[in-house]
Design a protein around this ligand. Structure first.
Ligand code: HGY
Ligand code: MN
Ligand code: MN
Length: 417
């Protein structure tokens, strides 16, 4: 089997073109899921695919698929891809790299007239980030489970805009896309992504052969106290929701991660009401992002958070309520596919290392449907979810080349049985 060389220049130019959609003055990208910017990126991707003769589909979750036919198109497709939505202060590579590298693979196969046993499809998943609408990995979860998360119609973004309305508008914005049913069988899935951490760079490795992803659980904690006058209310009479929230967050930061090197706890969003300088806050809501490689430990951490929040809230005369807004268990990838990725890196003499992912990805859900694996490339200083996110051109090209080689080998193994 020949393994064609991808067109690195074309891929780098594509990354620049997409980075301009929602591009920020600091050189990052603000392309929230299902926004006008997201729709513009989707339209550009669909247009590029259609121009190469790939058929364009989208499902009810607005997951976008570009399909390249194979010899036998009754076989389930092999999927490669990632996501186009970004964090508000995101980087130009998170998600876009894997999506555009997948397009580069399809075009390289087309340029070289390679006929695969079955079809291959690029997928751009809807709302991987979850920063505008919870939960994250929304599109891949709907694809893998065949159902929308319960209560999803009531989900609002920070401006009170409904997820359901933005989803409908996104579907309508791509009338040329053929509608397809949710959750169809796949032969396998490989996703290229930046590591978003420092390990590869520190060890001088070019390729991360990802063996699995840790679990993630998002909590929304609401503290209810009493709105009162800042000047006339003595300490003993205060039910200060902000003072209680601050005490809870300080105690969590002082205890959770120092006690367990594998645990990750982040408070990334906090809102309070009424928000006046001289009024004691009556209500505070804050997010907790909990992660751990071991699912049981996530349960333990959630129990700890609930107990600690209840104790501190009651001592401050406040009530506390906690709601889960995302919950994905750890996933282990397919050993055969991991070995194929490793083999592809070695064939190109790219230094590689095996590793786990601290970030969640759509591959989490795809691992429930069939063989899945991921390829990482380093990012400068391990920084991501940051506008200065950067990947060297040779690292971009190496990652896409390994994606192309591993995909061809995986299709040979998994699609010709
Ligand atoms: O939050 C995550 O792990 C992913 O980068 N969205
Ligand atoms: Mn991502
Ligand atoms: Mn991300």
């Amino acid at each position: 089997m020949t393994f064609p060389v991808i067109d690195g220049g074309r891929l780098l130019a594509r990354l620049d073109a997409f980075a301009a959609i929602g591009g920020t003055p600091a050189g990052g990208v603000n392309r929230p899921a299902l926004s006008v910017e997201d729709r513009a990126a989707r339209a550009l991707l669909a247009g590029l695919g259609a121009a190469r003769g790939f058929s364009v589909f989208q499902d009810a979750a607005a997951n976008l698929f570009l399909r390249r036919a194979g010899a036998d198109n009754d076989r389930p497709p092999f999927l490669i891809g990632s996501h186009l939505d970004s964090q508000p202060t995101g980087g130009r590579f998170d998600g876009a790299l894997g999506t555009l590298a997948a397009l580069e693979v399809l075009e390289t196969l087309e340029d070289n007239g390679i006929v695969t046993a079955g079809p291959i499809e690029l997928v751009a998943w809807t709302n991987e980030e979850g920063s505008r609408f919870s939960p994250g990995a929304f599109g891949s979860q709907v694809h893998a489970t065949g159902a929308f998360p319960s209560g999803w119609q009531d989900t609002l973004d920070g401006n009170g805009i409904r997820l359901a309305d933005e989803l409908a508008a996104t579907l309508a914005a791509l009338p040329e896309a053929i509608e397809r049913p949710l959750g169809r069988p796949v032969t396998g899935y490989i996703e290229l992504h930046i590591e978003q951490g420092p390990l590869l760079e520190r060890q001088g490795a070019l390729i991360g052969v990802v063996e699995g992803i840790q679990g993630t659980r998002w909590l929304e904690v609401t503290i209810a106290g009493q709105v009162a006058h800042a000047g006339t209310t003595p300490l003993a009479a205060r039910r200060d929701a902000m003072a209680v929230a601050a005490a809870i967050i300080a105690r969590l930061q002082a205890t959770v991660m120092p006690a367990d090197a594998d645990a990750r706890l982040t408070v990334g969003r906090l809102t309070l009401a009424p928000g006046a300088v001289n009024v004691i806050p009556g209500e505070v809501t804050f997010s907790i992002d909990l992660r751990h490689p071991n699912g049981d430990q996530i349960d333990r951490l959630e129990t700890e958070v609930a107990a600690l929040a209840t104790e501190i809230a009651s001592s401050g005369g406040c009530r506390v309520s906690i709601r889960r807004s995302m919950d994905v268990a750890p996933a282990r990838f397919d050993d055969r596919l991991i070995d194929i990725v490793q083999g592809a890196a070695e064939k190109r003499a790219f230094p590689s290392r095996r590793m786990f992912s601290g970030a969640f990805h759509d591959a989490l859900f795809m691992a429930r449907l069939g063989p899945a694996a991921m390829i990482f490339v380093p990012c400068r200083d391990g920084l991501s979810h940051n506008e200065t996110e950067f990947v060297e051109p040779h690292q971009v090209i190496a990652g896409a080349q390994v994606l192309c080689d591993a995909t061809l080998e995986a299709m040979r193994v998994f699609q010709s049985r």
